[in-house]
Design a protein around this ligand. Structure first.
Ligand code: EPZ
Length: 417
């Protein structure tokens, strides 16, 4: 499965069920460390980032096994507190394990997570929060040695609503004495799902989804079953694919409310969209107009993870759309690959201007990162001719089976080994 081959240009039609959310299940997998017992995660997506997390859990002494799309984790036998370099390098967001390991073990060791395709990925906010809870963190040559024999809850204000730092703070605070109040916390739906999981195992966390989250630490935990929330970015990807190629799509297992800024942009560009309990339907004639200016922002703003995807949907349009990427330093690496298909995009620092063109041509393109790769699939479906997408490993970090899902919408798409 090294390449995906797309024969684009025709309208799509069909219905597809959206997988569980990568950015919810990754912090929840870290959170399983807090309970020395068994949990079952229903609707857990089969992703390479999930596999990487399972390898970390097993290294730490936990058991993890699949039963269909249910992942069973037992952290009773947790015995280690170190994450070796080769496991840290597999997945940048492994830093999310730090707070949970400290809460359970009182020690933690790991190497600095590498940067990634989106530019530097600092963890200064994660470390600042842990230090405020009383952890002693030593950084030596790219290695972190952490001691937290006694963490004390307190009020902590985050300088920016960082998703990962908010999640690490919640998990560490579950091991602290007393109450921790997080101010200026991130409000992403995935943090609400983490709170739901933590409440299910007996932790006392409330306020997720707002900017103020309260955690009462050191609660008795118990076994639980949790269903992972739907992946709103995967949902956005499939809506964008049909918006670009034209046709109709019904998404199942999706929360309309989590996608309101994305559906608003697609509506602005000329799509007809209806949402209901657990479903979204979209219709497009494939000739989109401008979506105006799309400025990424922390939730409930427009999600940075959908920026490349919406850009791809608007390449073949009758208008100009301006993107402003405010979250990551360099999140336009997909632009050169889209230009190979005939896209007209000009980039200056964090601003990208997309001038719609009448047609796109299939080409050989390479994924640059997870969502940039998904954008190439969207553009390939709207392009005339054959598009070969290489570097698909990037896409499999966050999409369980994009060929299966897009083929369900009538796309002419297949794996090429
Ligand atoms: C999470 O990353 C997601 N990853 C990202 O999704 C998503 O793009 C991002 O949140 C924003 O929504 C997971 O949930 C696994 P941040 P995270 O901390 O936690 C800076 C995808 O495609 N920052 O909210 O790393 C940071 O550099 C991925 O699924 C610091 O400066 O994002 C960025 O500019 C990509 N210091 C901004 O804050 C820190 O200590 C927002 O980052 C932490 C972050």
């Amino acid at each position: 499965m090294s390449e995906i081959i797309i024969r684009g240009g025709g309208p799509l039609e069909g219905s597809v069920e959206v997988q569980g959310a990568k950015n919810s299940v990754l912090p929840i997998l870290a959170a399983t460390i807090l309970h020395p017992g068994q949990v079952a995660l229903r609707g857990c997506p089969h992703l390479s980032d999930v596999d990487a997390s399972i390898r970390i859990l097993r290294h730490l002494g936990c058991q993890a096994r699949w039963e269909g799309d249910e992942l069973l984790v037992d952290s009773s036998a947790l015995s280690r507190w170190d994450i070796p370099d080769h496991l840290m390098r597999e997945m940048r967001s492994s830093v999310i394990f730090l707070g949970a390991i400290l809460a359970r073990m009182g020690w933690a060791e790991m190497s600095y997570p590498g940067g990634c395709e989106l530019g530097p990925r600092p963890i200064d906010l994660h470390l600042a929060v842990l230090r405020k809870l009383g952890a002693d963190l030593r950084e030596e040559g790219g290695h972190l040695r952490c001691t937290a024999q006694h963490m004390e809850g307190r009020e902590i204000a985050l300088s920016i609503p960082s998703v990962g730092a908010t999640e690490n703070a919640i998990l560490a605070a579950c091991g602290a004495e007393g109450e921790t109040v997080l101010v200026n916390a991130a409000r992403e739906p995935e943090i609400c799902d983490l709170q739901n999981f933590l409440q299910a195992i007996g932790c006392q966390v409330r306020g997720a989804g707002s900017s103020t989250i309260c955690i009462q630490g050191r609660r008795e935990t118990h076994d639980a079953v949790h269903t992972v929330m739907p992946d709103r970015i995967v949902a956005a990807t499939y809506l964008a694919a049909v918006a670009a190629a034209g046709g109709t799509v019904e998404l199942r297992n999706v929360d309309y409310r989590h996608l309101s800024t994305v559906t608003a942009a697609l509506h602005e560009a000329g799509c007809r969209i209806t949402g209901g309990e657990g479903r979204i339907a979209l219709r497009s004639d494939g000739r989109l107009g401008s979506a105006g200016t799309i400025r990424t922002a922390p939730y409930p703003g427009f999600p940075t993870d959908a920026q490349a995807i919406l850009m791809a949907a608007l390449l073949r349009s009758q208008g100009t759309t301006v993107f402003v990427e405010t979250i990551f330093e360099s999140r336009y690496r997909h632009v050169d690959e889209l230009r190979r298909m005939g896209a007209e995009i000009s980039v200056a620092d964090r601003v990208a201007v997309v001038t719609g063109v009448p047609r796109l041509s299939g080409a050989n393109v390479q994924c640059t990162d997870l969502r940039g790769g998904a954008a190439l699939l969207v553009a390939g479906l709207a392009a005339e001719g054959v598009t070969k997408v290489g570097g698909v490993r990037h896409i499999l970090r966050g999409y369980e089976d994009p060929v299966r899902d897009l083929a369900a919408l009538g796309a002419k798409i297949e794996w090429e080994s």
